[in-house]
Design a protein around this ligand. Structure first.
Ligand code: SAH
Length: 215
């Protein structure tokens, strides 16, 4: 299988055809080898139009969802970005290609270790990875120009809003455990502006400002 061709097809048929326009996002999706972020046995499916299992009952998001969420962050290259839910590390790799530095948090050690390995092997050195509950953000490194939560939250964690720089954007799926709406919250000098994007379905954000494990 020629992964470069598969990637180009994915970008044309799943992203551009559905309205993804940001040239930098398209370039990043053409460049980052998504098949390295799934188990070898699943590499051939890596460019299909769906999420895939990555272990610990978690998933790597559908390519379109990765592109859409990234586009909503409007990155120009200079940003410090926080991602909650490292998972496979794929979204972190896309963000690291488009921003200055990425801080990413994952609650499962096994996933974090595997992600670290792949990210290192790709020479992506502008990523700081932490194991723990990211539902309250990463206070020591705040403020962030953009924050992305890649797990479904019951509501917008206040701590994440506090860690947003003025002009910063938070992209987060909010809803119940079965369906959520993708929200973008922009911090202005004196308020927060919330916009709704598409309906979506993510695994749950588990933590202090998320769901409890037994929910
Ligand atoms: N962005 C990932 C996909 C994430 S799936 C990728 O590109 O592959 C959601 C991830 O969020 C899972 O790995 C899950 O373990 C993690 N997660 C859930 N709640 C979390 C929390 N409170 N802090 C950190 N990670 C969390």
């Amino acid at each position: 299988m020629n992964f470069e061709i598969a990637r180009k097809r994915m970008v044309d048929s799943q992203l551009v055809a559905r309205g993804v326009k940001d040239k930098r996002v398209i370039e990043a999706m053409l460049k980052v080898p998504r098949h390295l972020f799934v188990e070898e046995a699943m590499a051939a499916q890596a460019y299909s139009d769906s999420p895939l299992p990555i272990g610990d009952k978690q998933t790597i998001s559908q390519p379109y969802m990765v592109a859409l969420m990234t586009e909503l962050m409007e990155l120009t290259g200079s940003e410090r970005v926080l991602e909650i839910g490292t998972g496979s590390g794929y979204q972190a790799a896309i963000l690291a290609t488009l921003a200055s530095r990425v801080y990413t948090v994952e609650r499962f050690r096994s996933l974090a270790m595997r992600a670290r390995k792949v990210l290192d092997s790709l020479g992506l050195l502008n990523i700081s990875l932490k194991i723990g509950d990211g539902s309250e953000g990463w206070e020591e490194e705040a403020p962030f120009d953009a924050i992305m939560v890649t797990a479904g939250a019951p509501e917008i964690p206040q701590s994440l809003l506090k860690q947003l720089a003025i002009g910063g954007r938070l992209v987060i799926p909010v809803g119940n455990q079965y369906e959520q709406v993708l929200l973008r919250v922009t911090r202005t000098v004196d308020s927060f502006i919330t916009e709704q994007s598409v309906g979506c379905r993510f695994v749950k954000l588990v933590g202090k400002s998320g769901w409890s494990i037994d929910d």
